[in-house]
Design a protein around this ligand. Structure first.
Ligand code: UDP
Ligand code: MG
Length: 149
C-alpha cells in the first residue's frame, strides 16, 4: 500500500469540479485517509513547490496556488502514487490525453486542476507538510477485498 498527496488547486475549486474529480479517485478504488479545505499561505506554497524555486514560472505559480482555497487530501492504495499521476495526465492540459483529468478538463500549463505527488519521497515530504499525523485516519473500507483483490 502506498499513500500520495493530492491538491485540488484553486481553479478546480472555483470551477466547481471538486465533486467530479474526487468521484474519479473514489471510483478508481483509492481510499481517502485525509481531506480538508485550506487557504494555502505563501510560505507553505513555497515549500510545497520548492523544487521549482529557480524556474521562471515560480512566482506566477505561487500567486495561482494561493489565489483561493484548495482541497488537500491523502489517498491510499496499491501503487497510489503512479495511479494518481496517470489519472492526472501530462502537466500541460493541452497536451494531456482525453480520459485523464487534465486531458478532460484543462487546456492550460498552469491551471491544470490537480497536484499529485511524483515519488515516494515527495509523497512523504508533502503529506508531512500539509497534515499533522493525527489528521491521517488509517482505516479499511468494508468490502475492500472486492477492490484490491
Ligand atoms: N507549471 C506552470 N508552468 C510551467 C510548468 C508548470 O505554471 O511551465 C505549474 C503547473 O501548475 C504544474 C506545477 O507548476 O502542475 C508544477 O510543475 P511540475 O512540472 O512539477 O508539474 P506536475 O508535476 O504538476 O505535472
Ligand atoms: Mg511535479
Amino acid at each position: 500500500m502506498q499513500r500520495t498527496l493530492i491538491i485540488l488547486k484553486p481553479d478546480c475549486v472555483q470551477r466547481r469540479l471538486v465533486g467530479p474529480i474526487l468521484s474519479r479517485f473514489e471510483s478508481k478504488g483509492l481510499t481517502l485517509v485525509a481531506l480538508k479545505l485550506v487557504q494555502a499561505s505563501r510560505a507553505i506554497a513555497e515549500q510545497h513547490y520548492g523544487e521549482h524555486r529557480d524556474r521562471p514560472f515560480f512566482g506566477g505559480l505561487l500567486d495561482f496556488i494561493t489565489h483561493g482555497p484548495v482541497i488537500v487530501g491523502v489517498y491510499e492504495g496499491p501503487e497510489a502514487i503512479s495511479v494518481v499521476r496517470k489519472m492526472l495526465g501530462k502537466t500541460n492540459g493541452a497536451e494531456s490525453e482525453p480520459g485523464t483529468i487534465r486531458g478532460d478538463f484543462s487546456v492550460s500549463k498552469q491551471n491544470n486542476l490537480v497536484h499529485g505527488s511524483d515519488s515516494p519521497e515527495s509523497a512523504t515530504r508533502e503529506i508531512a507538510l500539509w497534515f499533522r499525523p493525527e489528521e491521517l485516519v488509517s482505516h479499511q473500507l468494508s468490502g475492500h477485498e472486492w477492490v484490491t483483490g
